[in-house]
Ligand binder design. Sequence first.
Ligand code: PGA
Length: 253
Amino acid sequence: MTNKLNYFVGNWKMFGDFRSLKIIYRINNFLSNFNKIHTKNKIIFCIPNTLISFYSKKLKSNFISLGAQNCHYNETYGPFTGSVSASMLKKAGAKYVILGHSENRLTGDSNKLIKKKTKSASNQKLKIILCIGESYNEKKNGKTFIVLKKQISKSIDKKCDLSKIIIAYEPIWSIGTGKVPKIYELKKTFKFIKYQFKKIFKTRNTPIVLYGGSVNEKNVRNFSSVFEIDGFLIGGASQSSKKFIDIMKNYYK
Ligand code: PGA
């Protein structure tokens, strides 16, 4: 076991109500008893906006932080019916925000729009989990690196606090499908993302990069052989405390 800090981030998507807090409570109880795991990890739950304020008041955890899953580009208040700004999320208790998830890119979030969102979120001192990833066709046509480079360079505002940006590499073809990239592909891709980030933003700091896409308690162990992977963005399996706990346990087995 190394001393590397690993991230286990749950992305609940459109899941959860007030009672679902018990899922997070169970995980918190588990972490309280296994300091071997919690001292090496950052555990974050990105939950629906409707739950952030309630959960942040109820959850007194030393181990778990809360995040949102998207925000509007306009930083504070404005005439944007149905939208929620970074400042509102921050006030509700979010510490993180996922931006650029492929499910949002599919419904209109362009690199340009995501870039504006990163600026708002960064100004509000939210930590950003920026999702990038290629489609199946892009992969098949050998375009993965071109797509990733473009997403990194075009969807992060240069004025953002770069130390607060976490990248999540989520190949679109892997999300919710049970398919995951090969280990040698992940090694190459993670090296590429870290190298490009440093080059594009002229920084010496290597970014934290997570893997996301069909991570579960059975396949997580395999990913530990890729040193460059700093943690996971977990969708479906984060909706069950048992699965989420097993993912953490099995990663360190
Ligand atoms: P999944 O989702 O783990 O269900 O594949 C990951 C994500 O969309 O962030």
